[in-house]
Design a protein around this ligand. Structure first.
Ligand code: 13P
Ligand code: SF4
Length: 357
């Protein structure tokens, strides 16, 4: 039962004291979020994991790529722990190092390697934070960078200063929505389909591309539709519709605003009382905002409950187990980025952290 688990978590936490910091993503369930020392979006959590240098153990209530990022940014001697190692991300799994390398080889064969007169290389790889450390290392080794949903525009700006084109993976929607808002035409953003045989993607479209988009998506955000937005507006013409940029472009176009989880939170916090919101993002976060802001009317755009099934794998039972193991002196479920990719992945992350949004 959860109350018993909560008492065990509290006791273990008290024993560990300052040796422990617990980080939680906004999409975590409330039973877990209540124990987090810091709750944030993926960019804030990456930053936060660098600040508690004194804590020996960073228990990351989020998904695997976030724990990997925390490990890359951790101080010497810190251990990063993911309470359930099965908490992955289906979008991150849509791009693997072999298929991205095959794509890259084909693109570089097409574009050559010569910089243009402004010194911009033919193509810069940009990976969404939601990707393996191996892909972050791939970017680090090729002059590329990482982005999150809260700094994607600033990162693409950075990339266009250095490259004639961008290869953006794994989330086609974040890439498309961000580049479109910067004035890149949809016809300048062909989709790279890794399932096609080598040479099977349209080379003319790739040659003319400004952004080559990987065919990846988020199973939670892909569910939102323009019809849901039309329904919300029909029910209340004054409703303010905010969606996450992992939603399809038609959804972002139909919404009033699009932004990262932190952007959505801020929008709710700063709105005049009595605002009606229809929000297109993960349900745990929308429900929490609704509870914390009774002065507004906050609903989720999707009437069918849409939790992120992998974020949901962090159950209080796992949190209790990892903390009690630490109390016994056992470090379980440590996430450690392999040494052969860590330096290059860190390079790509540090480039991101140096970009001012
Ligand atoms: P942000 O935390 O960057 O808004 O991203 C949402 C997400 O899908 C995390 O996996
Ligand atoms: Fe991955 Fe989507 Fe879940 Fe985020 S919400 S962890 S992108 S599946």
């Amino acid at each position: 039962p959860v109350p018993e688990l909560e008492a065990r978590i509290r006791a273990a936490r008290a024993t560990l004291g300052d040796r422990l910091v617990i980080l939680g993503h906004y999409y975590q369930r409330d039973e877990v979020v209540q124990f987090a020392d810091f709750v944030g979006d993926s960019f804030q959590l990456a930053q936060q994991s660098t600040t508690r240098t004194d804590a020996e153990f960073v228990v990351f209530c989020g998904v695997h790529f976030m724990a990997e990022t925390a490990d890359l940014l951790a101080s010497p001697g810190q251990s990063v722990i993911l309470p359930n190692l099965a908490a992955g991300c289906s979008m991150a799994d849509m791009a693997d190092i072999d298929s991205v390398s095959a794509c890259w080889d084909q693109l570089t064969a097409l574009y050559g390697t010569e910089p243009d007169e402004q010194g911009r290389v033919p193509v810069i790889p940009v990976t969404y934070m939601n990707s393996s450390a191996a892909l972050k290392a791939f970017c680090g080794d090729r002059g590329g960078i990482v982005c999150t949903s809260s700094n994607a525009a600033a990162v693409l700006e950075w990339a266009f200063q250095r490259g004639q084109r961008v290869l953006f993976f794994p989330d086609q929607h974040l890439g498309r929505n961000t580049a479109k808002a910067m004035g890149v035409g949809l016809d300048e953003m062909p989709l790279w389909d890794p399932r096609k045989p080598l040479g099977g993607n349209d080379s003319q479209a790739l040659t003319d591309a400004r952004v080559v988009l990987w065919r990846g998506w988020c199973s939670v955000h892909q569910r939102f539709t323009p019809e849901q937005i039309a329904g919300a507006r029909a029910a209340n013409p004054d409703v303010r519709v905010i969606v996450h940029p992992e939603c399809p472009v038609e959804v972002v176009d139909a919404a009033d605003e699009a932004g990262s989880t932190q952007y959505i939170k801020r929008a709710v916090e700063t709105a005049p009382p009595g605002t009606a919101f229809a929000i297109g993002t993960e349900i745990n976060m929308v429900r929490r905002l609704a509870e914390q802001h009774p002065e507004h009317t906050i609903t989720c755009l999707d009437p069918v409950i849409c939790p992120c099934s992998t974020m949901y794998r962090i159950h209080p039972a796992y949190l209790a187990w990892v903390l009690e193991s630490l109390v016994r002196g056992e470090v379980v479920n440590q996430v450690r980025v392999p040494a052969d990719v860590a330096d290059s992945a860190r390079t790509a992350l540090q480039r991101m952290l140096a970009v001012r949004p």
